[in-house]
Design a protein around this ligand. Structure first.
Ligand code: GLA
Length: 375
């Protein structure tokens, strides 16, 4: 009897191992896995949550709704896992009107376009308006509010999302085919690789809107967390956060993050809190480290690398304790910060800013990496 049980056990182990080896990518004996879980239904679309786990146990969960990152589990200095992003437990949370872009992909144009207008080759375009007479994050129904096609990539460490935004969507010209690949690496990095092509000249500025709190749920605000941003200048904005075109120096101002400092150190001197685009000091067009954030208590360090020229550093100024997030948590003002790598706001109307127009035949490409470690 015992022998039979043992044989059965052996067969089960061998069978499971055989199944797993088809589905996983081995890195020094450890494995990457991707699991899928139903996260509800939207119209005729099934919403799925994909969870990528790397060999050391770090996890990233992503929805095909809005390409939303719902969870990032990373270890603290005592090897305790904690979720470092804000979000909701259910699809209805993400669908609610007050969802402030938690974790989603943002497009077609991340950040603001003044009056939702721009002119290309003498033709004026009008976008849908959703922010005090301006267009924010792609308009009323941006890429954060659509269902993407999702596919697991070979090796079980990436999810590839694709979506085609039709000509005229939110007022933007051209059919825009977008592909975003989220990859979790064995070095505890979340890499985001954006690509897009169009059949008419159109502005494109894609980003991700994760709200980070490196305490992993322990601290209600991020004011004590220390941030560095490698930028000597920022884009000055008017009262509606539309750039004036001026690029003031950060030196000697509350905007100076060239050396790491607590987010809360000078925040009171910035009306409403930080919600600005920093002009990154860059050497070239490759991935470069441009920012970091550190939580002394948990020891978690996040380093940000990007190919983009700008970083919107936003300190959750509009969170006001009314949203009920994961595990029933309420999110107060400054409960998290966002580091949105991007081209500058209102690029299509600011000739001196880096170009944001994508032409037929060209490929838009952008990469950002969030690397997690402890110190
Ligand atoms: C961006 C904007 C902010 C705010 C948030 C979403 O970071 O710059 O002003 O709109 O998105 O609430």
């Amino acid at each position: 009897m015992k022998k039979q049980v043992n044989l059965l056990l052996l067969a089960t182990v061998l069978f499971t191992a055989a199944c797993n080896s088809n589905k996983t990518n081995e890195v020094s004996g450890m494995k990457f896995t991707i699991t899928e879980k139903s996260f509800g239904v939207l119209g005729s679309d099934a919403i799925t949550q994909y969870t990528i786990t790397n060999p050391s146990g770090m996890q990233v969960s992503i929805l095909n709704y809005g390409g939303t990152v719902t969870n990032i589990l990373t270890p603290d200095k005592n090897n305790q896992m904690g979720d470092v992003v804000l979000g909701f437990d259910s699809l209805s949370g993400y669908l609610q009107k007050g969802n402030p872009y938690f974790g989603c992909l943002v497009g077609r144009y991340g950040n603001r376009i003044g009056k939702g207008q721009f002119t290309i080759d003498g033709k004026q375009y009008q976008l849908t308006l959703n922010d005090h007479g301006n267009t924010l994050h792609g308009g009323l129904r941006g890429l954060d509010k659509v269902v993407w096609k999702a596919a697991k990539e070979m090796g079980d460490s990436s999810i590839r999302l694709t979506y085609t935004s039709p000509d005229g969507d939110q007022g933007f010209p051209g059919n825009l085919s977008v592909q975003v690949t989220y990859t979790l690496t064995s070095a505890n990095e979340l890499q985001i690789h954006y690509k897009a092509t169009t059949d008419k000249t159109t502005p494109v500025n894609l980003t991700n809107h994760c709200y980070f709190n490196l305490s992993g749920g322990n601290d209600s605000t991020i004011l004590a967390q220390e941030v560095m941003i490698a930028a000597d200048k920022f884009t000055e904005v008017d009262s509606l956060l539309i750039p004036t075109g001026k690029l003031p120096d950060v030196k000697g101002t509350p905007m100076d993050f060239t050396s790491a400092k607590a987010i809360g150190k000078d925040i009171a001197a910035v009306k409403g809190g930080y919600d600005h685009n920093w002009v990154l000091n860059r050497k070239g067009n490759d991935l470069e480290k441009i920012a970091s954030a550190y939580d002394k208590t948990s020891g978690r360090l996040m380093e940000v690398f990007t190919t983009e020229p700008g970083l919107q550093f936003y300190t959750g100024n509009f969170l006001d304790g009314t949203l009920h997030g994961k595990n029933g948590k309420t999110y107060v003002q400054h409960a998290a910060f966002c580091m949105e790598t991007q081209h500058f706001p209102d690029g299509p109307n600011q000739p001196s800013f880096p170009n944001t127009l994508l032409k037929p035949g060209e490929t838009y490409e952008s990469k950002t990496v969030y690397r997690f470690s402890v110190k």
